[in-house]
Design a binder for this molecule. Structure first.
Ligand code: NAD
Ligand code: IPM
Ligand code: MN
Length: 367
């Protein structure tokens, strides 16, 4: 696939789309609103429709996830979401399971000027492909007493928890979901390969201990990659992969992970490039996509005007690409990179003194 061809990540034709904007909780609106201003200036044809969520929606409509917000998500071509600090979580669930956005793409790339704790951060430039729908999500938990008949009739446990108090969680992996994640990873690896990357898909999972679930994930991904002759495949147990992310990041290109492993390792990868303020993310389905940074609602810095907007700006660049505004997405990414390279206007988490708005103004000037 050439980068100009349509895929779930990008349309090849520009149109006049509507983007539903849901600012989210705590500090998230402080990065979403200026990002929308930047996107407006880059692509004036895009219509942005803001919908309320969380406490604001509760105050206005009496519910955290009112029908008008659901209708706004449905009516839009995609959604830009800040982050949920709890109150807007039902919206997040709808954006994932309601809209069947099955795969979560989390690029982890160091740019000169990012304040990384690594000695050679220039080696970090890979993408995490995360299961967005299954694994231990959505939560399916219960009391172990519900399992007692199963526990006594199978060899599931070395020592069945019969008569004991406790809880369980269920993990589900369907072949359909594993297959489409594997295909998405391969499509992304092909796209990256044509831009000079390794064309290498790496699976990380605990297939040694979980042969039925992670083992199935492993064989489906391995078999799928084999059908793409130009791509290569490698696999590591998830604990070893975590080490490789730190010790050998240059050996990684497209990294396929389960829902919970992807959640955890994306934050770790983000830490390796310089922090959560820097990592964008996008969730794609067959007919819908939504865009949110890796980070959460950063309640500890809400209202201070210092939250780093980089992650949300780069998330916005991914959204522009999805909507067919490929050149505009590149311009935004280059402008962000230029501000870091110059190293004069830097956000607080990157060792600078710039406010959120000062940083956004610097990016705007370099567009
Ligand atoms: P968090 O990502 O919000 O914050 C972790 C740390 O990173 C905090 O010190 C925070 O100040 C800092 N940080 C995060 N983003 C930053 C940015 N852009 N600039 C500068 N510093 C930044 O994670 P948390 O504190 O574990 O969770 C807070 C809330 O966010 C929880 O309710 C959690 O469930 C939620 N959350 C939501 C999403 C989402 O909606 N997709 C993602 C992660 C966490
Ligand atoms: C993320 C977040 C979410 C997740 C939470 C808020 C449910 O941590 O998007 O990374 O675990 O997927
Ligand atoms: Mn997370």
């Amino acid at each position: 696939m050439k980068p100009t061809e349509s895929s779930i990540f990008s349309r090849n034709t520009q149109f006049q789309p509507t983007v539903c904007v849901i600012a989210g909780d705590d500090a998230a609106p402080e990065v979403v609103h200026p990002t929308v201003e930047v996107l407006r200036s880059l692509a004036p044809a895009i219509h942005f429709a803001e919908a309320l969520s969380g406490r604001e929606a509760q105050a206005r409509y009496g519910e955290m996830f009112p029908a008008v917000t659901k209708a706004a998500i449905d009516a839009a071509d995609c959604t830009l979401f800040g982050a949920s600090g709890g109150p807007s979580r039902p919206i997040l669930w709808y954006l994932r399971w309601g809209k069947e956005t099955f795969v979560n793409i989390r690029p982890e790339r160091w740019y000169p000027g990012y304040s990384s704790p690594m000695l050679h951060p220039e080696r970090i430039d890979y993408v995490i492909v995360r299961d967005n729908l299954e694994g231990t999500y959505p939560p399916r938990e219960g009391d172990i007493s519900e399992l007692s008949s199963l526990a006594s009739s199978t060899s599931w446990w070395q020592s069945p928890p019969v008569g004991k108090q406790g809880a369980y969680a269920v993990r589900v992996s369907t072949d359909e979901q594993l297959q489409r994640i594997a295909v998405a990873a391969c499509q992304l690896a092909l796209q990256r390969q044509s831009a000079g990357y390794l064309g290498r898909v790496t699976l990380g999972a605990k297939y040694s201990i979980l042969p039925r679930t992670d083992g199935r994930f492993r064989s489906i991904v391995a078999e799928t990659v084999r059908t793409y002759p130009t791509l290569s495949y490698q696999e590591f147990l998830i604990d070893d992969l975590a080490r490789r992310m730190i010790a050998l990041p240059e050996t990684l290109d497209v990294v396929v992970l389960s829902n919970e492993h992807g959640d955890i390792l994306a934050d770790a990868a983000s830490g390796s490039i310089g922090g959560l303020g820097l990592s964008p993310s996008a969730c794609y389905g067959a007919s819908y996509a939504y865009f949110e940074p890796v980070h959460g609602s950063a309640p500890d810095i809400a209202g201070k005007g210092i939250i780093n907007p980089t992650a949300t700006l780069l998330t916005g660049a991914m959204m522009l690409t999805y909507l067919g505004y490929i050149r505009e997405g590149q311009r935004l990414e280059l402008a962000v990179a230029a501000v870091y390279r110059e190293g004069v206007v830097l956000p607080h988490d990157q060792g600078g003194r710039a406010s959120t708005n000062e940083f956004v103004q610097a990016v705007k000037q370099r567009l």
